[in-house]
Ligand binder design. Structure first.
Ligand SMILES: Cc1cc2nc3c(=O)[nH]c(=O)nc-3n(C[C@H](O)[C@H](O)[C@H](O)COP(=O)(O)O)c2cc1C
Length: 200
């Protein structure tokens, strides 16, 4: 599959079949993800990978609150056999930008950063993972929860302090009826509205 096709075919999947995903496929997805660019090549990223049924159940117990129990998409989501939680560590960036070649930028405290590159980097890596999912013929949903759910998730899986989940990616084989739903069914904004050539 070429890049153009992978980009065009990538849509969020909210209805998975219960067909398992081979562990080596997940490994390939992760290998691709870490080809992402990274500020100062700090690579302050991690992936919590849950691909055993009991782990995935614990994930859902940690993140699915009452509001989710009534979400019509939930049964289709629960069938996804793999959950990848992308995390970032600001501290990696502060340490990297304290090294001799970077210290001059004045970015040794989190508050000094105009943009939190730790979030940018893990988002780039997650995007590569999502494109890899298309390449493998699989489906994925990236979604986020609130702070409380993220904290519960960290506690449940022993994530050390300093690591921040940016959300979670469900990975699995799409069910027959998986097409764009919810926000994904909205119209794409035209380039004419988005692009400002030569000035705003
Ligand atoms: C940061 C972020 C958070 C998202 N959170 C959710 C979510 O909580 N639930 C959900 O169903 N989709 C979520 N999505 C998926 C978006 O709804 C989806 O990407 C958007 O509607 C465009 O559709 P597409 O990805 O199928 O092209 C999220 C996407 C991003 C990038």
């Amino acid at each position: 599959m070429d890049l153009e096709e992978a980009i065009r075919r990538r849509r969020m999947c909210r209805n998975f079949s219960d067909r398992p995903v081979a562990p080596e496929v997940v490994d390939r997805l992760l290998q691709r993800a870490v080809r992402a660019p990274s500020a100062g090549f700090s690579q302050g990223w991690s992936f919590l990978v849950l691909q055993v049924a009991s782990e995935v159940e614990r994930f859902w117990s940690a993140v699915a609150d009452e509001a989710w129990r009534s979400d019509p998409n939930l049964p289709g989501l629960l069938r996804a056999p793999v959950v990848v939680v992308p995390l970032c560590s600001p501290e990696h960036y502060l340490q990297r930008y304290s090294e001799a070649d970077k210290v001059g930028h004045g970015l040794t405290t989190a508050g000094a950063w105009a943009v939190p590159y730790w979030t940018v980097d893990i988002a780039f890596a997650t995007m590569l993972l999502l494109l890899g999912v298309v390449e493998e013929g699989l489906g994925a949903l990236f979604f986020g929860r609130d702070r409380t759910a993220h904290e519960r998730l960290k506690t449940e899986f022993g994530v050390p302090d300093g690591w921040q989940p940016i959300g979670a990616v469900l990975v699995g084989w799409p069910a027959a009826d998986w097409g764009p739903k919810g926000s994904s069914a909205r119209a794409r904004r035209p380039l004419s509205e988005i692009v400002h050539r030569g000035g705003w």
